[in-house]
Design a protein around this ligand. Structure first.
Ligand code: BGC
Ligand code: NOJ
Length: 795
């Protein structure tokens, strides 16, 4: 069993000790609107605001070799050309280490006595990446070397950059100064933004034309200029502009040289675009470079970034007897929640940044992971999302972050979408107590003049689902529900159609038990909220919830578990009567979280059935048995081979639904077992099997019926982050934010039942020592009061 790295808890870093990880193991940098993806070999790219429309570096997806493009440093030392991050030359290193930390990455390589320590980070106050390169001659001989710093520019629109070559190959433009290369393609016309790669000393040579630097038929691994120790001083006109900067350095034994690079993005006002005809206004770029001219300045900016994360991650910490739990809760789960909130599902090593904007349901769920960290941004996000809703309660499935406008290409009509606005808003309100958000005027489809209050949007959302019911009184599924691949109205036989966007067949009556459970759970919360507001509509909501519960008990119970859906023609999905897909996880999770039929024992039975039929070594699979052939009446779900993705994969996102339901039902050991199976820090899969980053959750781990059960895919951007956070913080550790305080109601095995929680909650700070006991009260309420409280609770 190979190990590629380990956690360093004290510094909140994951330390990668060899570069040839089974898949690139990445990190994210950025906290505002400038973001970067960086792999353990410095691959990746950055963008400002929008991964599709404002892409700064070019990246080649699924390239060969893998992970092509990034910020590459080349060192030419004698006859050897090497990279501190190993790639792209892959020259064997004497030492390699990559440390992914909170918003920064350090990569250190050593070869023949020369150590190159690079630190990459995106500072808080500027739209740039800082690359700090320290070279130390650890040998006893003087060294004369060339250092090259290299990036390749993307022509802004990451989509057309990969397609429209007849135009692109003629548009590229740059400007070169002694210490910076500016990328200004299309700046001459409608763009008001450019990018630059600057450094705090003049370079000794440069290239901006890719073919001059690399050589026509060479890859990044064999740039002909760097191999020769030269530069072509080329100025790009069209083709593919790059920035390659050469430094001739002499290092005495023991000597150190430091260079600080700024890879920045600038927007100029329309009337200040140029300082002379055709010459870009570089003043803002200069200001940015000046901010990182010295090590002292870079230190300060880095310290500020660390302080930012210290503050955030200091809001909720646990000290328990389980180190895997602590490092997940205190560091990586919360960090992943932040990243997922920033990115939605747009840009990762599995999401191209081109196809998807911000998801309506995704972004609402992501809120649950960050309301306690960045409540102001959560507030804004809720208002942005609500503004993409239509007057009838329907909504765009996605919107583009740059414009905040609904994305027409993706379509709408997903039956579950409106309910997630309730979910996100309630999470925000319980955390912050800020009821003023409900009075905010929010337009429909961003049309000025159409504003109603956010509270009205919530009512419309609820009514939308309450009034779109099928023959069994259950919610219509529409294009799909949470499971995007359950396309019951699609009937596609055309391989060129997208399951996600093709117009559905009209007249369908397909119904979803997952939405039914979601409706009941969110409806109960909504009624409670309306009560607090003294709003008489609470009664209407309660009635609708009760009617739905009855419909579920009558038409949604299969004997041992909850059905999953009724198809277009009223046939059952997720029933013992089915040959395949007899049982599904989503309806067990949601109906049991909604406690539908709990008194009659339905929830306990459903959860037991989930354990019996869905649990495998690596977690709970989505459905079993998986579909073994394509069933056009069910859609994309059956397009996946068995055991993968929505067809029998362990969709980590919905495991916490079952875990939360187990906790609600008091099934302590089941909840804990499920949790430790999907949480990567518990190391249930070897690195080689899991393949993807061992420090973050992935969307899917291959299920029992897959060819390689336990193999992870789609790491980072997944609702799993927020849901596992909700699950561990509120249900396992049992710290539940309520409108008036914190309810402590843990569900953790007694052997781990004593732990300390530090929690900031609004203007209050709580230090709580929890002792779980066999026969304690089960829960203790701590009323909210500003100030600091140290509390011991026995539950
Ligand atoms: C994936 C889903 C995803 C959907 C929409 C499908 O191919 O399997 O997980 O939600 O695409 O992007
Ligand atoms: C990923 C999508 O982003 C999410 O919206 C969906 O609910 C899940 N896949 C399940 O299909």
């Amino acid at each position: 069993m190979n190990s590629y790295g380990h956690f360093d808890d004290a510094s909140r870093e994951y330390v990668i000790t060899r570069p040839d990880t089974p898949w690139p193991w990445i990190n994210y940098m950025g906290t505002g609107d400038f973001f970067s993806l960086i792999s353990n070999t410095a691959g990746g790219y950055c963008f400002c605001k929008d991964a599709k429309f404002r892409r700064i570096l070019r990246y080649r997806y699924n390239g060969v070799p893998m992970d092509a493009g990034g910020r590459y440093f080349y060192i030419k030392d004698g006859d050897t050309l090497w990279n501190p991050g190993w790639k792209p030359c892959k020259t064997p290193l004497d030492f390699y280490e990559c440390r992914h930390g909170m918003g920064y990455t350090r990569i250190c390589g050593e070869k023949d006595g020369l150590r190159a320590e690079s630190l990459f980070f995106v500072p808080l106050e500027h739209r740039c990446e800082v690359h700090r390169m320290k070279l130390v001659n650890r040998s006893d001989r003087p060294k004369q070397i060339q250092l090259y710093a290299f990036v390749e520019w993307c022509l802004w629109n990451a989509s057309t950059d990969m397609e429209n070559f007849q135009r692109n190959l003629s548009t590229g433009e740059v400007e070169v100064c002694k210490d910076a290369i500016y990328h200004k393609t299309e700046y001459r016309e409608r763009r008001n933004h450019y990018a630059f790669y600057g450094v705090n000393r003049p370079f000794d040579g440069f290239d901006t034309d890719r073919e001059t630097f690399l050589g026509m038929y060479n890859g990044f691994d064999a740039p002909s200029q760097a191999l020769a120790g030269t530069s072509g001083n080329s100025v790009a006109h069209g083709w593919s502009p790059v920035a390659a900067e050469r430094f001739d350095l002499t290092l005495a034994p023991g000597a150190m040289e430091e260079l600080i690079f700024v890879l920045g993005y600038v927007e100029n006002p329309a009337d200040a675009k140029f300082c002379a005809p055709g010459v870009i206004n570089k003043a803002p770029a200069r200001t940015m470079m000046d901010a990182f001219a010295t090590g002292v300045q870079a230190d300060a900016a880095f310290a500020a970034l660390r302080a930012y994360w210290d503050d955030l991650l200091g809001r909720f910490t646990v000290a328990s007897a389980v180190p895997e739990l602590d490092r997940t809760v205190n560091v990586w789960n919360q960090y992943q929640c932040m990243i997922t909130f920033f990115m939605s599902r747009s840009a990762s090593y599995f999401e191209s940044g081109i196809g998807r904007g911000m998801g309506f349901r995704d972004s609402n769920q992501d809120l649950a992971g960050i309301v306690h960290l960045i409540p102001d941004r959560a507030r804004q996000r809720i208002l942005d999302i609500a503004a993409t809703q239509f007057p009838d309660g329907g909504c765009y499935h996605q919107y583009q972050p740059l414009t905040k406008r609904g994305n027409n290409d993706i379509g709408g009509g997903f039956g579950d979408d409106p309910l997630w606005l309730l979910f996100g808003t309630v999470a925000y309100l319980r955390e912050t107590g800020d009821f003023t958000i409900l009075d905010e005027p929010v337009p429909f489809d961003n049309v000025p003049g159409s504003e109603v209050t956010l509270l009205e949007h919530l009512k419309i959302s609820f009514r939308r689902v309450a009034t779109h019911l099928g023959p069994h009184g259950l919610p219509l599924i529409g294009r799909a529900d949470w499971n995007d691949c359950l396309n019951l109205n699609c009937f596609s036989l055309d391989p060129d159609e997208s399951f996600q966007t093709t117009e559905n067949v009209a007249g369908g009556q397909a119904e979803s038990l997952m939405i039914a459970g979601l409706f009941v759970a969110e409806g109960k919360d909504f009624a409670e909220l309306l009560d607090r507001l003294g709003d008489a509509d609470a009664a209407e909501v309660r009635t609708a919830v009760r009617t739905m519960e009855d419909a579920v008990k009558k038409h949604g119970w299969d004997g041992e578990w909850f059905l999953r859906a009724y198809d277009f023609h009223g046939g059952k999905i997720g029933s013992r009567e089915c040959d395949e897909g007899k049982i599904f996880i989503e309806s067990q999770g949601w109906c049991a979280m909604a406690r539908i039929g709990a008194d009659e024992g339905l929830c306990d039975k459903a959860l037991d059935s989930a354990v019996k039929h869905l649990e495998c070594e690596h977690g709970l699979v989505l459905n079993a048995p998986a579909y073994s052939s394509y069933l056009y009446q069910y859609g994309e779900i059956s397009s996946y081979p068995q055991g993968y993705k929505e067809n029998g994969g362990i969709f980590c996102h919905n495991n916490p639904w079952v875990i939360i339901a187990e906790a609600m039902a008091g099934h302590v050991e089941d909840a804990w077992r499920h949790y430790t199976k999907i949480t990567p820090a518990f190391g249930q899969q070897s690195h080689d099997l899991r393949k993807v980053e061992p420090y973050v959750f992935c969307q899917m781990v291959a299920g029992a019926e897959a060819a390689r059960p336990g193999e992870g895919k789609n790491s980072w951007l997944t609702g799993t982050a927020a849901w596992t956070w909700k699950c561990v913080s509120e249900f396992i550790l049992g710290v539940k934010p309520q409108y008036d305080g914190l309810l402590i109601e843990p569900c953790i095995p007694l052997r781990y039942g004593t732990y300390r929680i530090h929690r900031r909650f609004r203007d209050a700070t709580y230090d709580i020592t929890v002792h779980s006991t066999e026969d304690g009260p089960g829960k203790v309420f701590i009323p909210y009061a500003p100030g600091h409280q140290t509390i011991e609770v026995i539950v």
